[in-house]
Design a binder for this molecule. Structure first.
Ligand code: DAH
Length: 337
């Protein structure tokens, strides 16, 4: 029996020492209920009284040795597995990182934001209005009755006979005057729509920025002074402005406003087409009918309004020669701003 025990110990140790030994299988083979060592222990009853304690002690030693060897091997395996994982998953923190692609403002947003800052600096507040608008706000309340020729130049998209996509930001004037009493000082940037075919200078969707000031004693001098200040901030300190008589149904008198060319200073160049002046907006004194439509008494109050195209100013400032560049989302173009 002694030899059997010694043989069990040495074969178990051999198996445990082999590479990739299956520890659980070895434990079952020797120490399990039907294991070889367990079988020896069961046969102890046949031993003599002197032999039993000696063999019993040896059997316990063999069991303890095998158990210890299994535990030791298991610990070695775990350490090796950890080491392998650490090597396999090593991160080289000195490698250059992958820089995330950063977005930036669209050129239209840059210019819109610049204009907002200028007018906010002069005490204006930003007002918003719906892009889907009633005929009343887009036309009638602005003194453009049905069949008025001004409707032809602002042909837009109709949802129903009475509901349309706004062709200008001017209807926001009406919403604001319906809701607020003077003094009013707002700008309203936003999208407008016209049923125009897309070409280098036209787009069925574009952006305008509307301005409105209503209070007691507002004059055309206020309009001119305010626009001159804004133009200098927008295009440079040396900028001059010029009013040319014009007609808009919602202002009287009305003007088109030019700035001295910021590329040549007024001498005449490609940008201003040799004129020295560049048209940037429409403006005028709010028509008494418009004030009356909003329940503001034109005998007591007066105001001025102006409207400009954000695409136009963006294209002028950045020398963009085709409006379509602004809508094509080509990063090669957009990443220049
Ligand atoms: N709404 C006009 C347009 O789309 C621009 C404009 C002109 C707005 C004169 C005004 C204004 O407020 O007073 O052509």
């Amino acid at each position: 029996m002694r030899e059997t025990l010694e043989r069990i110990r040495s074969t178990a140790m051999e198996q445990l020492a082999a590479p990739n030994a299956d520890l659980e299988q070895i434990r079952i083979q020797y120490l399990g209920k039907k294991g070889e060592l367990t079988a020896v222990l069961r046969g102890m009853g046949k031993l003599s009284a002197e032999e039993r304690p000696v063999i019993g002690q040896l059997a316990n030693e063999v069991r303890a040795d095998i158990e210890a060897a299994i535990t030791a091997q298991a610990e070695k395996n775990a350490a090796a597995a950890l080491e392998k994982k650490l090597v396999d998953e090593r991160i080289d923190v000195t490698m250059p990182g992958v820089a995330p692609a950063r977005g930036r403002r669209h050129p239209l947003a840059i210019i819109q934001h610049e204009m907002e800052e200028i007018f906010i600096g002069m005490g204006f507040q930003i007002a918003e209005g719906p892009e889907v608008e009633y005929d009343y706000y887009n036309f009638q309340a602005l003194n453009i009755p049905e069949n008025h020729p001004a409707r032809d130049t602002q042909d837009t998209f109709y949802i129903t006979e009475n509901i349309l996509l706004r062709s200008q930001t001017s209807p926001v004037q009406v919403h604001v005057m319906e809701e607020q009493r003077p003094p009013i000082r707002i700008i309203s940037p936003g999208r407008v729509y016209r049923s125009d075919a897309m070409d280098a200078t036209h787009s069925p969707l574009f952006h305008q920025l509307e301005g409105l000031v209503v209070d007691r004693g507002i004059t055309m001098g206020d309009l001119k002074g305010m626009l001159e200040l804004a133009a200098k901030q927008m295009f440079g300190e040396q900028t001059r402005i010029r009013f040319r008589p014009h007609h808009f149904p919602f202002t009287e008198p009305s003007a088109e406003v030019d700035v001295s060319c910021f590329a040549c200073g007024g001498k005449g160049c490609r940008l201003c087409k040799g004129e020295g002046w560049i048209e940037i907006l429409g403006a005028g004194m709010v028509h008494p009918n418009v004030l009356r439509n909003c329940n503001i008494d034109p005998e007591e109050y007066s105001g001025f309004a102006f409207g400009m195209g954000i695409e136009r100013i963006t294209m002028l400032k950045y020398h963009i020669d085709d409006i379509r560049h602004l809508y094509e989302n080509d990063v090669r173009f957009l990443s220049q701003f």
